[in-house]
Write a new protein. Structure first.
Length: 308
């Protein structure tokens, strides 16, 4: 009788705290939401989609929002907000990474994730080459009818429409607004950093297309340095080792040296000796322009949002 009682008690305790080889509490929580099935689209739990059009251009845009696990349970808490470009691919990846990192205990701060959509009804390439580039001088490989160079207008849209919308609707921490962009998205981030750095507190610039229009972004950096004595921001730069230029080796870039460009930007920023700048730059081995993003995202989150 005593043995049966002890066995029953052990089962209850294991069920309450999780068996060593079984799912953790966080993992169990992540499986509670069942998908609707019957061929319906897969739904991302705790996510919302809102229309936030641009009244200036007249274009329709959306924001995808993923709330942190504790959001409903802690109504007084305010959260960092991470704004990400190219939301079609970046939003689901970062949403899962943010939760995965905390499965076995808190490693990073929970955050509100805001994905920035492409223009409604537009191909992603059309949107990003127009909205993320700083000048109309697009690459020669772009389609003849491609429109470039409206990043400043899109920057104003983010400042005047998206950020106020998110701030009014969610419990955000105004001291922790982060921007993440990869490739052209990081080119947009570089433009914001060197023209209106106070829009965000931290910038994750992944494989930035600094080559664009004869390294125009580096000219923006130099212009900023001529007019300012400080740059108050946390900046995380990453690029894949295979994004260096090495003709004849298909693992590497064949037209532009993005590793050299990244090093040039890092060197310029360090030479300025800005008191308020916190900078980290990494070259991730065995990664190219397409494979590097998830790894860069992960390391950037751990660097900029560590649990203190």
């Amino acid at each position: 009788m005593k043995r049966r009682f002890l066995n029953a008690l052990l089962i209850v305790l294991l069920a309450s705290f999780g068996m060593p080889d079984g799912p953790t509490q966080a993992q169990a929580q992540s499986t509670q939401k069942m998908q609707s099935g019957e061929g319906r689209p897969y739904e991302i739990a705790d996510s919302e989609v809102w229309d936030v059009p641009d009244p200036v251009s007249g274009r329709g845009y959306q924001v995808f929002v993923a709330l942190p696990p504790s959001y409903a349970k802690q109504p007084q808490r305010r959260y960092p907000v991470l704004y990400v470009t190219d939301a079609d691919y970046a939003f689901p990846i970062i949403r899962q990474l943010g939760r995965r990192l905390n499965v076995e205990g808190p490693q990073i701060e929970e955050f509100i994730l805001v994905g920035l959509s492409y223009g409604k009804g537009e191909d992603g390439g059309v949107s990003r080459q127009r909205d993320y580039t700083p000048t109309p001088n697009g690459p020669s490989t772009a389609p003849a009818n491609a429109i470039h160079g409206q990043a400043l207008a899109y920057q104003r849209y983010l400042r005047d429409q998206v950020k106020p919308y998110i701030t009014a609707r969610y419990r955000t921490d105004p001291a922790k607004a982060l921007f993440l962009g990869h490739s052209y998205g990081a080119l947009l981030g570089a433009q914001i950093l060197f023209t209106e750095p106070g829009m965000f507190n931290s910038y994750i610039l992944g494989s930035p297309s600094l080559w664009y229009d004869k390294r125009y972004a580096l000219k923006l950096e130099a212009r900023y340095a001529q007019q300012h004595q400080d740059l108050t921001a946390n900046v995380y730069l990453y690029v894949g080792a295979y994004e260096a230029l090495r003709k004849g080796d298909r693992r590497y870039n064949q037209t532009v040296d993005m590793v050299a460009d990244n090093r040039a930007l890092e060197a310029a920023l360090r030479d300025r000796k800005y008191p308020g700048l916190k900078l980290k730059s990494v070259i991730l081995d065995d990664e190219d322009h397409l494979s590097v993003a998830p790894r860069g995202f992960t390391q950037a989150l751990k660097y900029l949002l560590p649990v203190r």
